[in-house]
Structure formats: C-alpha cells, structure tokens
Design a protein around this ligand. Structure first.
Ligand SMILES: [Fe+2]
Length: 622
C-alpha cells in the first residue's frame, strides 16, 4: 500500500510532467509533450484526480490533432471524454483547458466563430496556466486577422502582450509584439491602396492602430503611472480628433475622481467628488455618456471650466474597468474638433478603454508590489541591525565584533569576486552569527580568565542557539541561506568543527568565509582575559590553519588582501584616522608578504618602515 508521502510525491511528479508537457507544447516539441502527458495521465488516474485527468486528455487530444497523430474526429472524441470528466468536477481549470483545446482545433478547421467563443471562455479562466491564457488571446487575434477585423485583432494582441508582461513571459511577449507590428505595417499599406475608403477613414484607422501600438509599448515599458496616463490620454485625444482628453482614476476611499493628466490644462491635479459631473455619472452608472451641448445638461460640473477659463462644448465620457469589471476610472474626452462625437468614436474609446483599464491596474499592482518589497527590505535591514545590536549590548568587550567580522567577510568575498547578492547575504549572516550568545550565561560569557571544560562546552552551544533563533525568524526567502551561513561559522574545513561537524565544501561558502573572519577578529581584538595577540602570532594562526581550520582558497584570498585594508578596519576601534602616507605604504604590502617580513630575523630599512607603520595602528596595551 502506498504511503501518504509516496502519494504526494508521485502526484508532485505528475504535476511537474504536466507543467513540462505544456512547455514542450509551447516549444512545438509535440512528441515529448505527448510522452509527458501520457505518464502524468496514468498517475492522476491512479490517484483519481479527475480534474487533472481531464486536463491531460484535453491537451493530448489537441496535440494529437496538431501533430496529425489522430484525425479530427478521433481528437474530438478525446476532447468529448475530457469534457465529460470536467463537467463532473467543481473546478474551472479543467473546463477552461477543454474549451481551449476545442478552440484551437476549431480555428484550424476554420470554424472561426465557434473557435472565438471557446477561446474567449478559456482565456477568462486560465489564470493558473498563464501560457495557455496568453495563447488564447493570440489565437483569437489570429482569427480576427483571418476575418479581416484588424481592430479586434489588435485588442486581443494587446491583451496578450499585457498578460505576457504580467506573467513575465518574454517569448510570448516578443511573438505578440512582432505580430502586432506586422499587422500595423500591413494594415497601413492596405489602407492606402484601397480606393473605396475615404481618406478620413484611412487616416483614422492608421492612427488608431498606431495609438494602440503606442499604448501597448508604453504599457510594457512604463512603470510610472503618470507617464502611462499621459500616453494613453494623449493617444486617445489624437485618435478621436478631440481638443482634450483626461483620464480620471477613482479614489475609492475618498470617493473622489482625480487626475494628474490634464493635457492642455494648466492645473497640476484635478480632484473632485465622484458624485459630480459627467465623469461621476459615468462612474456611478457604468454607462457611456455622449453629450452635444454640455452646458444644457444639469449633470455638467462647471467647476473645472470656471477654474481654468476653458469652455466645454461636447464630450464623451466612458468608465474604465479592470479585469474583474470593477470601475477604476473614467475617460473624459472634450470638444471634438469637427462636429460631434459619434457612435464610432464610442467604439474606439471602448477598445482603448478595455486595454487601458488592464494596463493601469497592472501598473498600480506593480507599483504596490515594488513598494511592499522596499518596505519589506527596510524592515529586514532594521531587524538585522536590532538583533545584532542586542548581541553587542550583551557583551560590551566584544562590542563591534559582528560588524568587524562583516567587514572582513566583505573584503574576502570581494577578493573572491563573488556577486553582490551573495555578498549581501554573507554580510547579513556575519552580523547575526553570534546572536546565539544571548542564550549563554553571563558568568561564562564575561568570565575573566581561562574557561573550564564545562564552560567551554556551554559557550559552544551559542552556534546551535543562533541556528534555532534564525530558523524561527524565517522572514524572507534569503533567510534560509543567512541561517545556514551564520550557523556554520565554527565549522572547520577538516571536519573537526561544530555544531554539525561539516567538512570541506559541505560547509556553505559564506560559512567558510565567516570562519576565517571570525577567528581573525577574535585574535586581533582585545578580550576579557587578554590583550591583542602579537600580529605575527595572529597571522601564523591563520597560515597554519590553511587546509585544516580554513578553506585553502579562502585563506589565500585573505592573505592576498593588502595590509591597508586590514588597518582600515582596525582603526574603527580607536576612532583613528588613517594617514595618507601610511596608507600608501601599506597598500603595497599583502598580508602574506607582511607575515614573511614579521617572521624574518633581519629586516632591511624598507621592511622596518612597513612594520613601524603598521604598529602605529595595531595598538597593544603593553
Ligand atoms: Fe561564534
């Protein structure tokens, strides 16, 4: 009998196979797609996961049809089976995939209207499978191109472009963008060769397509909401041949409509009650308002005209919806340059508004997400600082230890050419590596003199405590790495360290960097029971530890640092400044070379100068 865990694992594997089958389908690698679907289908069937069985069958039927492995009728039979299964579940996704599969087959069979209705249904409910959602829009657009309705084709291409941006699907984005550009090019050429259409119609169609294209490009490139609104409003004004266009957004909390986009108007921000004016009426009723003479209608809010000295004659007001069909704002187009606004203008505004609504909402969501990430990052940094300050507060003698370990670790990491994200994680681990000392008794932590065996064992526990504290503080995705690095700072390269006794590269790279940074700071700092160690002895401990306590490569990176970079950290403790001429001398000396000098008996003048200069900053009490 299968255990519960095995059951979950095999279902997870089947989920993975299904996911990769869709990727194969996208890459038109139908053979592998069918292979994965067949495996996944068997597993889902064994676990009676009807929804997933139906999805596998729908996709199998579709791919076999595209790949000409099965005839149209046999493929439809598979799809019928999967539809039957989907209808017996309460899920939406299986029905949506089934509709999608029917839609694509109908398209290939040139049953365009059936295809559109199936794909439209599918596109609305395929959020769980972004590729199929985007592909639905692409297929609908292709059908409208076949039907020579380029305006509709554009609408769906733009939807596809927006979703491919939202789901970060670069390939789909490029494909749809190329298609839309090709469409503009072809449409422009066709328009100018058709004598039947009036010049005005040609001009409007062309500018409409260009406007759509500009909106689509801005939507994808612009993260600034003001600029996004300006582009949409500006393009709308041009296409509708109007004097002004404003795009108001609805502030639900204050029940106000506001805009920073006021092309042609001088006011910086317009804000008014959502109960007022035509814009308010469009917002409340959800209906489009087309007015020939604004002043003769009592709904007209004259405040803005009075404020700006502008005179409104005719206007077109239309609510803008998001993807859930909630009203998020209102388009207000004022004073058509020739005649009144027409039904055709309404249609154009509707097409722009549908896309604008999704674009604006995406933009707002994107900015909210960015703000949340920044806030979270700030909170995270503050949290690290507070935790690390609490270690310093606990043990005044090692004050600044965590920070110096961080500085040494950053020097070594840079020497090893690690990337900035990795260095950032190591820095945070350095700041937190001794947090477990919170759990060590005061009499042991602050003991003056040598520790007994029992006391030493107790102090060693701080690493496990660090690990436990950080494990419980899992505040973001990088925290696991920070925890592992911090909790391995007493591991030794030869496996004789604690608390896990890891060996060689089992120890995280950051942990190996912290090990040398931690030891170096400990032996070169003043402690409860002793002065700074002579620098020669300190360096010899590091050199002798190469390959035993410390990773040889990391030891070499450390020994290749300049003496000046070490002094730069040491002087923090005494609040000293580093004289320019001394810096110049010590910059040219690597730690390894300095160790050789210190181990020599007879020093030449230059070497004596180096030692003297260094000693000025490596202050010992005696
Ligand atoms: Fe430690």
């Amino acid at each position: 009998m299968q255990t519960k865990q095995n059951k979950t694992e095999s279902q997870e594997q089947a989920e993975y196979l299904l996911k990769t089958a869709i990727e194969y389908y996208e890459a038109e690698n139908y053979k592998n797609a069918l292979k994965n679907l067949s495996h996944a289908h068997k597993v889902f069937l064994a676990h009676k996961n009807i929804c997933k069985v139906s999805i596998c069958l729908s996709l199998t039927g579709l791919i076999k049809y595209i790949n000409k492995t099965e005839s149209y009728y046999k493929s439809l039979l598979l799809l019928e089976d999967s539809r039957f299964l989907a209808e017996s579940t309460s899920k939406k996704i299986d029905k949506a995939v089934n509709k999608y599969a029917f839609g694509q087959i109908y398209l290939y069979e040139k049953k365009y209207y059936d295809a559109i209705s199936s794909l439209e249904y599918a596109s609305e409910k395929l959020d769980e499978i972004p590729y199929l959602k985007i592909k639905s829009y692409e297929l609908i657009a292709l059908i409208y191109i076949e039907l020579q309705d380029n305006k509709k084709a554009f609408e769906y291409l733009i939807k596809g472009i927006e979703y491919s941006k939202l789901y970060n699907s670069k390939t789909a984005y490029e494909k749809l963008r190329n298609l839309s550009e090709k469409l503009i090019y072809e449409n422009t050429s066709i328009n100018y060769s058709e004598n039947a259409k009036s010049a005005r119609e040609q001009e409007q169609n062309t500018s409409l397509l260009i406007a759509f294209s500009k909106i689509a490009r801005t939507v994808n490139a612009e993260s600034n909401i003001d600029k996004l609104l300006i582009t949409i409003a500006g393009q709308t004004k041009l296409v509708l041949n109007a004097d002004r266009c404003t795009l108001f957004l609805y502030d639900k909390e204050k029940n106000e409509l506001w805009s920073k986009v006021a092309l042609g108007l001088e006011s910086e921000e317009i804000r008014f009650s959502a109960d007022k004016g035509f814009a308010g009426a469009a917002l409340r009723t959800g209906e489009t308002i087309r007015i020939k003479d604004a002043y003769s209608d009592k709904r007209f809010n004259q405040d803005i005209d009075k404020k700006t000295g502008y005179k409104t004659y005719n206007l077109l007001c239309m609510p803008i919806h998001n993807i859930k069909y909630e009203t998020i704002g209102v388009f207000q187009v004022i004073n058509k340059k020739s005649g009144d606004f027409t039904e055709a203008d309404e249609e154009i505004l509707l097409a722009i508004g549908t896309n604008a609504g999704i674009a604006i909402e995406n933009n707002i969501l994107f900015n909210m997400q960015q703000k949340m990430l920044t806030d979270q990052q700030r909170l995270f940094e503050g949290f690290i600082d507070t935790l690390s300050a609490s270690i310093d507060a606990r043990d005044k003698i090692t004050l600044g230890h965590s920070n110096r370990v961080r500085l040494y670790a950053e020097l070594i990491s840079n020497k090893l050419n690690l990337n900035s994200d990795v260095i950032n994680i190591i820095s945070k681990a350095a700041m937190l590596h001794d947090i477990g000392k919170i759990g060590i008794r005061d009499d042991v932590l602050q003991k003056k003199g040598t520790l007994t065996k029992e006391e030493y064992e107790h102090i060693k526990e701080h690493v496990k405590i660090t690990y436990d504290i950080l494990c419980k503080t899992n505040i973001n995705s990088s925290f696991n790495e920070i925890t592992e690095i911090a909790a391995s700072h007493h591991e030794k390269y030869d496996g004789s360290g604690y608390f896990r006794g890891l060996k060689g590269e089992e120890i995280p790279l950051g942990g190996r960097i912290l090990a040398i940074s931690d030891v170096f700071d400990a032996i070169t700092s003043v402690r409860h029971y002793r002065d700074r160690m002579p620098f020669k002895d300190a360096l010899n401990i590091i050199i002798e530890g190469r390959g035993k306590h410390f990773d040889p490569k990391i030891t070499d990176a450390f020994l290749n640092l300049s003496c000046a970079s070490i002094v730069n950290i040491l002087i923090n403790e005494y609040n000293m400044s580093f004289k320019q001429e001394d810096k110049f001398i010590l910059l040219a000396v690597k730690i390894k070379e300095f160790a050789d000098i210190l181990n020599k008996n007879n020093l030449n003048e230059k070497e004596l100068k180096i030692v003297e200069t260094f000693k000025k900053y490596y202050i010992r009490e005696n």
